[in-house]
Design a protein around this ligand. Structure first.
Ligand code: AHM
Ligand code: MG
Length: 340
């Protein structure tokens, strides 16, 4: 058993030594994201006590209810990251346009897209929620960055990660050199390496989808689900259902145990519900780096070229064999695929 105790900071310094492209600024940015996540984690943990739960009485740009903790997490992330001279552009699920870097602060060469607190329906019931982030290089010629720095395809990401506020707080990230998971040791306030080089099992026993929407699904989604549930002896995948309703938590479980998460397009949401830049793309980068796959049913998530900040996409993500199996049903123009 590996008895090494490795802090997040130590790990970043090691990575920097091994991969010169992980230069100072990049490492600094990841360190600051982790710092902000610790503050959000503290707020999530004490939310019930502080009496800050419940709806804020506002709606976000997607017209959905915003919870107070969403706003708090957004503000913590922005205030921790906007003054460092590392970012030229910042976007958030909680902000309709880009979040401006105030003129009095210097700008840097990176853009960051984030969902500061994902899983809003689980916030005030003490169920796991998460923060998702995606880091891109500045591509615009605008001196202080512009929206094109945020709106880039998944394959352009230089790092992506999430923080899961569950029974413990975990930060999972990739910068293209594998996937690493750190667990927050609250008494010392440090993230410690707990999962090195995470690999998603090739296949898995869990499917995660909101089956309440089955009446709105296209036929191929229903056909796929029937096969996912059917026993292996009868040609199906013999899978069981796990669905939390927090993308980070559902993805994290499936990554460690093996499985598939699906949020398909349906009659009501022709592009699905989840957002490309700060939900689908960062998790797709992590899935790919861990040996899994992510698709919108037609195209790799990483290859999609987005055009809008809050663009939505269908998402099918998880173990490679399970995604491949699902794709037999979802590929365009393919009708009536059968169980194996
Ligand atoms: P949110 O960004 O408002 O929290 O919505 C995203 C969440 C995901 O975490 C989760 O996978 C999905 O919404 C659940 O949606 P539904 O309640 O429709 O199943
Ligand atoms: Mg979200």
């Amino acid at each position: 058993m590996d008895k090494t105790i490795m802090s997040l900071e130590r790990h970043f310094l090691d990575q920097q030594r091994r991969y010169p492209e992980a230069r100072g600024d990049f490492t600094k940015l990841l360190t600051e994201v982790a710092f902000a996540a610790k503050i959000v984690s503290r707020e999530v943990n004490r939310a019930g006590l502080a009496g800050i739960l419940g709806r804020a009485g506002q709606t976000n740009v997607q017209g959905e209810d915003v919870q107070k903790l969403d706003i708090l997490a957004h503000n913590i992330m922005v205030r921790s990251l906007n003054h460092l001279g590392l970012l030229c552009a910042l976007s958030s699920e909680e902000s309709e346009g880009m979040v401006r870097i105030p003129d009095e602060y210097p700008v840097g060469n990176y853009a960051l897209n984030m969902d500061p607190l994902d899983g809003s329906s689980n916030i005030d019931v003490n169920v796991s929620i998460g923060t998702i982030f995606s880091i891109l290089r500045k591509v615009s010629y605008a001196p202080r960055g512009d929206v094109t720095d945020c709106v880039q395809p998944g394959y352009k990401q230089v790092a992506a990660g999430y923080v899961l506020y569950g029974s413990s707080t975990m930060l999972v990230y990739t910068s293209g050199q594998g996937v690493f998971g750190f667990t927050l040791e609250p008494s010392i306030g440090e993230f410690l390496l707990s999962h090195s080089h995470i690999r998603i099992p090739r296949s898995g026993n869990y499917y995660s989808i909101n089956e309440a929407y089955s009446h709105r699904w296209k036929e191929e989604v229903r056909d796929y689900l029937a096969c996912a549930k059917r026993s292996r002896e009868s040609g199906g995948r013999g899978m069981g259902l796990r669905y939390i309703g927090s993308l980070v938590a559902d993805f994290h479980r499936n990554m460690l145990k093996g499985g598939i998460f699906l949020y398909p397009a349906d009659k009501q949401n022709s592009h699905g519900k989840l957002r490309y830049l700060y939900e689908a793309a960062p998790l797709a980068f992590i899935a790919e780096q861990a040996g899994g796959k992510a698709t919108n049913g037609d195209q790799d998530i990483m290859k999609i070229v987005p055009t809008e900040l809050h663009q939505r996409t269908p998402l099918i993500i998880g173990s490679a064999d399970e995604v491949d199996f699902a794709m037999r049903f979802f590929r365009q123009n393919q009708t009536h695929a059968e169980c194996a």
